[in-house]
Design a protein. Structure first.
Length: 213
């Protein structure tokens, strides 16, 4: 599929190409030439970095409207993988960076993403294991629910990441993440049959465990 999408700018249009990826594939790899900037139309993308010994830190899970692939030099500094089927608008890097309106769009979108990274830094630096897992689950609810759910209700969401990926996102071991989920399930805050299936959550009881509310 190849569909051109035009984004008008003061210096002329920035032409983007609509591209699609199946779930669980690498969209950009760390160290490869940076030729495009991507905006998510639909689906979810996971951003990560690898250490030389193979350890991984997942630092962003992005949804529709988010932008990735921006780099200050000619090479990507992180890995982008599709968590679900995704549709992206791919903008040619050099052309897009010359468009003032495109740059304005990037600034507006990155303000939101930077604030989310600030929250994630607090989670990694100060929260306990249960607080980190509770915060991740609440993030799932807030980013995937069409409207903000009432605090006294229960909601169901699908967990997109594996337990191993959640561990890499929260800076925990796989065993610690599994214990935290099991504790929340025993306490009646979560209910699920499979790790990769739908999870029902009691929001009122979950929120105080995030360390934020």
């Amino acid at each position: 599929m190849s569909l051109l999408v035009e984004h008008a700018g003061a210096e002329g249009p920035s032409i983007g190409r609509l591209v699609e990826f199946p779930s669980r594939v690498t969209i950009i790899d760390e160290g490869e030439p940076a030729r495009s900037i991507y905006r998510i139309v639909s689906g979810n993308v996971m951003m990560s970095k690898l250490l030389p010994d193979g350890r991984r830190q997942i630092f962003e899970v992005l949804g529709p409207g988010s932008i990735f692939g921006i780099t200050p030099n000619g090479r990507h500094d992180s890995v982008a993988e599709s968590l679900t089927e995704v549709r992206l608008t791919a903008f040619e890097k050099n052309s897009a960076e010359r468009s003032s309106s495109f740059n304005s769009l990037v600034i507006d979108v990155l303000k939101v993403q930077i604030c989310a990274l600030h929250e994630h830094a607090v989670l990694l630096g100060r929260k306990s294991a249960v607080e980190r897992v509770a915060s991740y689950i609440l993030e799932l609810i807030e980013t995937r629910a069409p409207t903000s759910p009432p605090q006294d209700c229960s909601v169901s969401v699908k967990v997109l990441m594996t337990r191993s990926e959640i561990a890499d996102y929260l800076g925990l071991t796989l065993e610690t993440v599994s214990r935290a989920f099991s504790q929340l399930k025993r306490d009646g805050i979560l209910d699920y049959d499979r790790h990769d299936g739908m999870m029902r959550i009691k929001i009122r009881r979950l929120r105080p465990l995030t360390g934020t509310y």
